[in-house]
Design a binder for this molecule. Sequence first.
Ligand SMILES: Cc1cc2nc3c(=O)[nH]c(=O)nc-3n(C[C@H](O)[C@H](O)[C@H](O)COP(=O)(O)OP(=O)(O)OC[C@H]3O[C@@H](n4cnc5c(N)ncnc54)[C@H](O)[C@@H]3O)c2cc1C
Length: 383
Amino acid sequence: MAKTILVLGGGIGGVVCAGELRKKLSKDHKIILVDREQRHVFSPSLLWLMTGLRKSEKISQPLDRLKKKGIEVVRGEIEAIDPKAKSVTVSGKKIKADYLVIALGAVLAPEKIPGLTEAGHTYYSLGGAEGLRDARKNFRSGRMVLLTATPAYKCPAAPYEAAMLLEYDCQKRGIRDDVQIDFYAAEPGPMPVAGAAVTAAVRGLVEERGIGYHPGHMLSAVDPDKRRLTFANGVTADFDFLVYVPPHVAPKVVADAGMLGDAGWVPVDRGTMETKFPGVFAIGDVNGIPLDLGKPLPMAGVFAHGEAEVVVSNIVHAITGKGKTVVFDGHGECFIEAGHGKAGFGRGKFYAEPVPTMKLYKPGRHWHAGKLLFEKDWLRRWF
Ligand SMILES: Cc1cc2nc3c(=O)[nH]c(=O)nc-3n(C[C@H](O)[C@H](O)[C@H](O)COP(=O)(O)OP(=O)(O)OC[C@H]3O[C@@H](n4cnc5c(N)ncnc54)[C@H](O)[C@@H]3O)c2cc1C
């Protein structure tokens, strides 16, 4: 019997999920993807956009292009999710499905810290990265402060890449000697889930570029007029130019559906991504997967991608009997842009016990070339 699979979200997890389902299921099965946005943005490239190395159109694709693959694309606001009935309301219209895959990501919530939005710039959204790109041109001397407001944010490497790329940008603009750069991190060290060796190596990369690194500083207040930050540990810091990663929360529509666990994200079986509602899966940043070391699996596109592939295999097997059931193994990898046309590369097993194991390769030109190829391949492969 023909089935309908509803994929909520056209970000990394949703696009992979819908694309792979379409390849593996015959056309009598319906794949519907819903997103409020017109375009899919390849977020790793926001780091290049913020320093003027990319244009917005080059790092995004219209979601409507998925229609030519046979995916039904619905543009609208997902206003309600009924996980028991496997139905959703999109811009006032109800859509019912046999399987529901929730890939709605994490929401940036700068408003949780009054003053933050007015005080600085974030490269964590397309508009924010464009604003930072333009505003930095007027900053030629003084103190640039980068911060992560809370320790849980998507892509644990991104703020460290941003620090190194902005430092390199100051060099290229000939203002490095007139700019002091400090990074206040809410987390205890770079990429803490990846282990002590990776943390030390990435910290070393940041510090050897003359960036003052201050871990363990959770942001508690911002005074945009005085350009002053106050941290939960009582420390204050003044800035002339502020670049921030805001707090993240789960989408309201998922919270309203009663799907969040105590940690504020959707609990799932860590192998299959199935929620407590049979036939309803949550992949990517929106889910919360506790690891043995007491911290959650980081939010990252590489996990959203891997989880999507697992969910696809299992849905295809359930519908057609083909293939086999599989489980997610926690594999993750990422490039770490370091400026000067170089990048490092990390690869690890995040479900390893008692702690994840990750190997970090030193920055080199070949890893940077790898990231360039990855960007190109991603936008071509899925659209
Ligand atoms: C600067 C930056 C650099 C990064 N670099 C890397 C990297 O190098 N490697 C890596 O692995 N990860 C990276 N990431 C993280 C990665 O982008 C995310 O982890 C990934 O996008 C998560 O995928 P997702 O499908 O869970 O959610 P998302 O990609 O965020 O997609 C969620 C989608 O849901 C839609 N949506 C949400 N709510 C609604 C609603 N109510 N109605 C309609 N639509 C809705 C949104 O519009 C969005 O399109 C980076 C992130 C940033 C910000």
